[in-house]
Ligand binder design. Structure first.
Ligand SMILES: [Zn+2]
Length: 84
């Protein structure tokens, strides 16, 4: 049985990568942490933990956005720099 702790140790890197890919796929829209967690089959705390890694790398930042999936204005991860 794989526990959340095992997931965190073994897959935190891949969850971070999956999260960054998911955020880029949703552009120019954004998805809230809860919906991204559902999409990645992870929990919201795990996604928020992975998000912290990306925020520390200064690739992404948290921002309030209209969620693409649940249509609520929620905290989401967006790209730090806009390249348009
Ligand atoms: Zn949502």
């Amino acid at each position: 049985m794989v526990t959340a702790r095992d997931w965190g140790i073994q897959n935190s890197r891949s969850l971070t990568e999956l999260l960054s890919l998911a955020v880029l796929q949703h552009l120019p829209s954004a998805c809230c942490f809860a919906c991204i967690a559902t999409e990645l089959h992870a929990t919201e705390p795990e996604v928020r933990g992975a998000a912290q890694m990306l925020i520390l790398q200064q690739a992404f930042k948290p921002a309030w956005r209209l969620c693409l999936k649940c249509s609520r204005t929620e905290e989401a991860l967006v790209r730090e720099k806009q390249f348009d």
